[in-house]
Design a protein around this ligand. Sequence first.
Ligand code: FE
Length: 197
Amino acid sequence: MTVDPHGSESPEIRTEAIETLLVKKGLVQSAAVDALVERYEQDIGPLRGARVVAEAWTDPEFRARLLEDGMPAIRELGFGDNTDSHVARLVVKENTDAVHNLVVCTLCSCYPWAVLGLPPAWYKSPAYRSRAVREPRRLLAELGLDLSPDVEVRVWDSSAEVRYMVLPQRPQGTDELGVEELTALVSRDSMIGVERP
Ligand code: FE
């Protein structure tokens, strides 16, 4: 994937420029922005999402509720604060032997940040956004995820109204593990659909 996270189009640089401007105009305080970013980087995601996945792997009823309607199920785990106002709907798509799901926002950078925190830089890159739709299989292969030809790839385009998260398959040989240990196996990228746990 040709991604230049430090190019002039980089969302980081643009964000930084906006932040500088807002601070200069006295509209926000730099410390407040830092605190918010830190919160989304460390407290919220992607640990919340990983915990949700581990819970779904170990509790079939929770899994069913999660797939039915993501947000209420996630609130059951006590992750209700601050998640409602930003995301209208969270739809969880389950990977199976037959189906692999991939999350993208072709328009901009919509991301399930209530559960995954801040998106990685590449998620916002034009290359990822276009190739995820145009040639998802090849993109995934380049990212190290080779899917067998009989696995169907489904690409979910996020929007302001609907955010998607992937429920990856539970790795084999993890029957003995509890929620805590399983949580540690779940990577952010596996919940976007570009990696396996
Ligand atoms: Fe977007």
